[in-house]
Design a protein around this ligand. Structure first.
Ligand code: HEC
Length: 149
């Protein structure tokens, strides 16, 4: 009797220590990266684009091209934001420093749909002499979101 009891006890001990070890290992493992939270500016643009027929998704490459393209005058988006918006920019007219546009370098960017709308409207008008289409804005936004430090 006694030997059976102690065998059981040692089995219980073994199971417990395995569980403790597993829990410890889990606690020590690097935490899985949090699921990417959807960007509010991108989500709003996607909703508008999907309402139009034939939307096949935004493209970062097209966004980058638009960003670098010279508009009506001498300006392009790069005139104020540089060709790599991970870096701070400088206003082409006033010389005032502009904080980086890429969220990777500046987490406050593209978090406020009203602010993004307002500036995209103004900046597209300044550079292209017209508002950007939803597709153009979406392309630029996915490009900015994909930039890494
Ligand atoms: C004449 C200078 C100038 C040009 C050219 C320019 N921008 Fe800007 N942009 C600014 C300034 C100034 C701000 C607002 C200041 C700030 O937020 O740092 C701004 C803000 C923005 C924002 C707001 C981002 C946010 O969420 O805070 C976006 C997006 C943006 N610009 C995109 C563009 C795009 C796309 C183009 C080209 C079509 C462009 N800009 C051209 C000066 C410029």
């Amino acid at each position: 009797m006694r030997s059976i009891d102690s065998r059981r006890w040692s089995l219980t001990l073994k199971t417990t220590s395995i569980l403790v070890a597993a829990a410890l290992a889990a606690a020590l493992l690097p935490r899985a990266a949090p699921a990417q939270t959807p960007n509010p500016v991108l989500q709003a643009l996607e909703a508008q684009a999907k309402a139009q027929p034939g939307f096949a998704g935004f493209l970062a490459q097209r966004g980058q091209a638009l960003f670098a393209k010279a508009g009506n005058g001498d300006w392009s988006c790069t005139s104020c934001h540089t060709a790599n918006p991970i870096n701070p920019g400088k206003h082409a007219q006033t010389g005032k420093e502009i904080a980086p546009l890429a969220p990777a370098a500046n987490p406050t960017r593209l978090t406020d749909t009203d602010k993004a709308d307002k500036w995209l409207k103004r900046n597209c008008n300044d550079v292209l002499g017209r508002e950007c289409s939803v597709h153009e804005k979406g392309d630029v936004v996915v490009w900015l979101l994909a930039l890494k430090r």
